[in-house]
Design a protein around this ligand. Sequence first.
Ligand code: AKG
Ligand code: FE2
Length: 347
Amino acid sequence: MGSNRTTTLRCIFTMLGDPSGLSHAEAADSLFLILDVFCGRNGPCSETLTEAKGHRWGWDISDVFLFRSNDRLAQIQEPGRSLIHIPSTGPGYRGVSDDSNFAGDRRESFNLRMPQSMSNELCGMGENRWPSSAEWNEEFRSSSEEYFQLCFQTCSELRRALAHEKCLGPFLGSEANSDRAFARSSSLLGFTHYNYNDFKPSAGYVVADASEQVFGIRPHQDDGLCTLLYTDGQPGLEYAKCRSAGSMFFAESCRSDEQFSKDILWEEVPFLPGHWIVNLGTDLFRWAQQRSKETSDCRSCKATLHRVVPKCRERYSMPFFYEPNLDAMDPCQPHKKRYEYLIEDAK
Ligand SMILES: O=C(O)CCC(=O)C(=O)O
Ligand SMILES: [Fe+2]
C-alpha cells in the first residue's frame, strides 16, 4: 500500500457530503444506496478490487482464501447465565456451503472482527486470526485494519445522517444511546469468493415449488444497520425491486422461504468503480420502526433484500457489516437482543 491510498481514503468524508441532505424519501424508499468512496474530487476512479491489488493493498484478495483458519463462534456472557454461543457469526474462514445460514451457497468467506486497536471492550466476537508466516500478512493486517476503521467511521456518519430529524429520526432516543449501542460493536469485515467453476446444481436449494436454485448467496437481508459493499465488478448481485411484496422486506428474520418466491422482481445492482453499494439491514428496520409508530409522518425503513446469482465463473467482494453490540436491545416490541435474533436466524 502506498501513500496514494491514504490520500484517496481521506476524501470519503467530504464526498459523503452534508448529512442532513439525505432526504427521508431516499432513506425509506431506496432499497440500496450508493456512496462515493475511493474517489477523489475529480470524478470517479476506475479501480476495482482486482486492479487495485498491487498498488493499493499490497496483497491479493484471492490469497485471503488460502488461509483457512477455523471459524470462531461468537459468544456472550449474560449476568447469571452460562456462556451463550452464537453460531455462524464471528471472525474466521467458512468454506463453500459451510455457513449454516447459507448452506446451499457457492461461496466461501473470511471475516475479521473489529481490530483491538479500535476498542478494548469485549465485543464477544472472539479473536481475529492472521496467517502466521505469509509474506503478505503484515501488509494485509495493517491495511485491512485501516479499511475496517474507515468503514466503521463512514457507517457511523451514515447512521447519524439517517437519524437526522428530516430523515428517519433519532434512534434509541438519542445519538448518545445509539453511539453506546456500538461501543462493543460486532461489525465484521468480510472477504467473499464465489467460485462457479465446479458448479453442481444439485447442491443448491430446493424451494417451495420443488425446483432447484443455485446461488452465489441466497436471497437474504443483512442483519446490522447497514453494509458497505465493494466488489470486483463482476455481475451477479441483484436486489429485490417488487414493492408489493412488503412482508418480505419487513421480515423479522434475515432469511425466509418467502424470499425464494418467483413473484419477486430482481434487478442487477450496477457496479460503479470507486463507490460502495450500501445495503440497509434488519436492525435499521427495527430501530426506525420505533419512530414510525410514534409519528404519522414517518414510515419504517426497508432492509435491502438481495442475492448473488451465478453470472460469471468467479467473483470476489468485500462486504463490511456495520453491526451494533450483540446485546443491543430492540427499541420496540418484542424488545429482543441482537444475539437472540442471530441464534434464531441460524436455526
Ligand atoms: O458479494 C456480494 O456482492 C454480496 C455479499 C452479501 O450479500 C453478503 O455477504 O451478505
Ligand atoms: Fe448480504
